[in-house]
Design a protein. Sequence first.
Length: 145
Amino acid sequence: MIHNAVYLQQLINEGRIRLKEGGAFKGRKITYHDSCYLGRGNGIYEAPREVLQALDVELVEMKRCKSNGFCCGAGGAQMFKEEEPGNTRVNFERAEEAIDTGAKIIAANCPFCTTMLTDGVKNKEEEENVKVLDIAELVAQSLAE
C-alpha cells in the first residue's frame, strides 16, 4: 500500500496525470503541512511537495516542517478526547504558523489534519482569506481536459 501523495507523484512523473498549462493554482502561494503519519512516521516529505511543484505554485515552508514538523493536534486520536490543560490548542498554533507564511492555501494530505487546520483557520477568523485543501483536491482542480 502507498499513500495517495506518493501515488499522485508517480502518476504525474509518468505522464499518466496531465495538468493544465497555467492551471488553477499557478503562481499561488501555498504552504504544506506535513502530517505526522506520512512525515515523521514514514519519512515521506518530498512526494507531496513534488506534487505541489508540478502545479507550478509558490511553495512556502512553515518554520516547523519536514522532520521538525508540528502536529495538527489530531494525532493519536487526540481530536476524539477532552483537551488537556495548556495555553492554546495545538491546531490553533499550527494554523497560525501556516497563516503567518502569507499563503492563501494550506495543503494537507490527511483528513484529520484538514479538519484540525480548518478549525484553526476559523479560530483566527481567516476562513474568507485562507483555504485548507487536500493535495488530491488541488490536483483534481488542475487536471487537463
